[in-house]
Design a protein around this ligand. Structure first.
Ligand code: SF4
Ligand code: SF4
Ligand code: SF4
Length: 335
């Protein structure tokens, strides 16, 4: 059996394994960060702060990216956050939203909830007009952040913000946000989870600005799912399986920014060679998309480690000082 035939038969299983591996690793990072945080609160032994936690600070990473592009200065406070962000953007440009479909732990969780919703037959389809309307929310969020960061803030303002105690303790504030959520936060989180059981991929499809940005970059990605109309029997299994709500059965080439590159449509299609992956107009093995995604992601991580751009330059003692007052630090209004 060829590599492509094996991959084709096992796409869903392989994807679960890859996503679960990244998900477990993220849990491990979260646990280590919690121990580090406990140490900063004088409640445990010292554990090194895991830099990977900075992957959850995309706003700080976007600010750092603008400064890096304009000044070549790499952020010394949350460098891993910038590395992860740049890896995700590069994946978006070359391998669609492979970051969403194969790596992001939130995407993985979202797909598991969707799977449970489908098992219990409570999943409902969203009419096209409503899906379009709801999708606009994530672009509004993205537009807001891009407007503030790319348009309103100059390099001096960004440099000033990145050095604030607020940015330094941003990961601790995020942890506190989840450790002691307000009633409003709890209500929003529970609503999002409940909605995700009923509407597939609710957060990712309609609300996540990170995914919106990756989707826009994916518009120029050379990889796309292609449908051969001559062999298509119009069974619409691909439409039912697509987490992006895309009507694959009506497309010749899937260029939608909602396509997360999960390849589930290819996996479910009963017709041989009807749905395939195309790269720059030529048929390529569908394994190429996840392989490229994982190689880019790990490549950035390895490169950053070797070049000294992974570990924060901030000392554990300084983090400790900031985390101890994190709850009292509010968002700076002037930079
Ligand atoms: S849309 Fe956002 S939360 Fe969902 S998988 Fe993509 S980056 Fe992760
Ligand atoms: S079009 Fe196919 S690859 Fe893209 S999101 Fe839908 S099922 Fe996944
Ligand atoms: S699953 Fe395959 S055969 Fe069925 S509608 Fe989609 S592309 Fe056509």
């Amino acid at each position: 059996m060829s590599t492509n035939a094996f991959f084709h038969q096992n796409i869903s299983k392989i994807r679960r394994v890859v996503q679960a591996s990244f998900g477990l690793f993220t849990l491990f990072i979260g646990y280590r960060f919690f121990l580090f945080y406990q140490w900063t609160q004088d409640q445990g032994q010292y554990v090194a702060r895991p830099p990977g936690v900075e992957g959850f600070l995309p706003i700080s990473a976007l600010l750092s990216l603008k400064r890096f592009i304009l000044t070549a200065e790499f952020d010394p406070i949350h460098p891993a956050g910038l590395v992860i962000f740049m890896a995700a953007l590069t994946i978006g440009l070359l391998a669609r939203k492979g970051f969403c479909g194969w790596i992001c732990p939130v995407g993985f969780l979202s797909h598991q909830v969707q799977w449970i919703g489908a098992k219990f037959k409570i999943l409902r389809k969203v009419p096209v007009w409503l899906a379009l309307l709801l999708s606009s929310i994530k672009y509004l969020f993205l537009g807001f952040f891009l407007y503030i960061i790319c348009w309103k803030m100059d390099v001096a303002a960004i440099a000033s913000f990145l050095q604030t105690p607020y940015n330094l303790a941003a990961d601790a504030k995020m942890l506190q946000f989840f450790l002691s959520p307000s009633h409003l936060t709890l209500a929003i989180l529970i609503s999002l989870v409940v909605l995700s059981f009923v509407i597939a991929n609710f957060w990712c499809r309609f609300l996540c600005p990170y995914g919106a940005l990756l989707g826009l970059l994916a518009l120029v990605s050379p990889l796309q799912v292609n449908r051969e109309s001559k062999t298509c029997i119009d069974c619409r299994k691909c439409d039912a399986r697509c987490p992006g709500g895309i009507k694959v059965s009506q497309k010749h080439t899937v260029r939608s920014p909602e396509c997360v590159g999960c390849l589930e449509c290819i996996a479910i299609c009963p017709q041989k060679e009807c749905l395939t992956l195309q790269g720059a107009g030529r048929k390529v093995g569908s394994w190429l998309l996840p392989l490229l995604t994982v190689i880019i992601f790990l490549g950035f991580w390895i490169g950053a480690n070797f070049s000294g751009h992974w570990q924060s330059q901030v000392s554990p003692a300084t983090f400790k000082q900031m985390y101890q007052v994190a709850e009292k630090i509010s968002h700076p209004t002037t930079y």
